[in-house]
Design a protein around this ligand. Structure first.
Ligand SMILES: [Mn+2]
Length: 289
């Protein structure tokens, strides 16, 4: 079990066949945090509306998160576009899971990071919902192929390898879309007087600096199998979890760290009030559909 100060996970898409719940369950089993942020697209309401899909493993994910709360972890849920129905419950608490529109997280070394799903700043999402749906169907198909492909790979003794991630990086438009999204998010973080942003939505885990702002994306659990974590020193890391560990076995692989970043600590005033996690004024952001 590895202990972190904070863990961010998003884009789990429970309720879809694409959700890799078994990997996430294993990650949650071996990683603990004081605070968890569920950064949107946790339950896929779009897809559930079309056809009901809810295997036991998806229940287990919810149970696991509720158990973390019972054991003293703080859990925040920031809805995304696939679970936008949860946005009507902003400010409310379900089984001690607090629902917020967006938040500001202060790292152990005093950095203010704006936490939001990110769809409200995605131009495709905002102006053409039908286009987003179309993309969703094609994407679902790639994920199905990805799963077949990996079932075969694993049976043959190979490691998990994301076909969809590979394709995404090959498509030029996707690459420029991702770059634009990252820049917009960093700019929005600056507007909010934050040192950076933590988001999800585009299923591309990342930690990088953009114009002096920190851009972090916690990835997803349908293709990249990644989470963002903060250590007790305020170091941010992307953890990739492509394995399901055998409890009985002694040889546990080390977590795969894809990227890490230690923001330069601010000169903290030792007499200042303790740093806190604060919810933003929960007036909904303006966006048109
Ligand atoms: Mn999304």
């Amino acid at each position: 079990m590895t202990h972190y100060r904070t863990i961010w996970i998003s884009d789990i898409h429970l309720g879809t066949a694409g959700c890799q719940a078994d990997y996430l369950l294993d990650f949650l089993k071996h990683n603990e945090a004081e605070t968890f942020y569920l950064v949107g697209d946790i339950i896929d309401g779009w897809r559930l509306k079309k056809s009901w899909y809810w295997p036991q493993a998806h229940n287990d994910v919810i149970q696991k998160l509720l158990r973390k709360v019972r054991k003293g972890a703080e859990v925040f849920y920031i809805p995304g576009n696939h679970d936008e129905m949860a946005r009507q419950f902003i400010g409310m608490t379900f089984g001690e899971i607090q629902i917020q529109n967006e938040m500001i997280h202060t790292t152990a070394n005093g950095r203010r990071l704006w936490v939001t799903h990110g769809d409200l700043f995605d131009s495709v999402m905002q102006y053409a919902k039908w286009l987003a749906y179309l993309g969703d169907t094609a994407y679902t198909f790639v994920l199905v192929v990805n799963r077949w492909f990996n079932n075969i790979r694993i049976r043959l003794g190979f490691q998990y390898w994301s076909l969809s991630q590979y394709l995404k990086h090959k498509v030029k438009n996707a690459v420029s879309f991702i770059a634009d999204f990252e820049v917009i998010m960093a700019r929005e973080a600056r507007k909010r007087q934050c040192d950076g942003v933590i988001c999800g939505h585009i299923h591309k885990a990342e930690i990088r600096e953009i114009d002096g702002l920190l851009y972090c994306n916690d990835g997803d659990w349908v293709e990249s199998l990644t989470a963002l974590v903060e250590t007790f020193d305020g170091e941010l890391k992307i953890i990739h979890w492509p394995h399901i560990l055998d409890d009985a076995s002694e040889n546990r692989p080390e977590p795969i760290i894809l990227s890490s970043y230690l923001p330069i600590p601010l000169a903290l005033d030792p007499t200042a009030a303790p740093l806190q996690t604060t919810a933003l004024d929960s007036s909904p952001l303006e966006f048109t559909q």
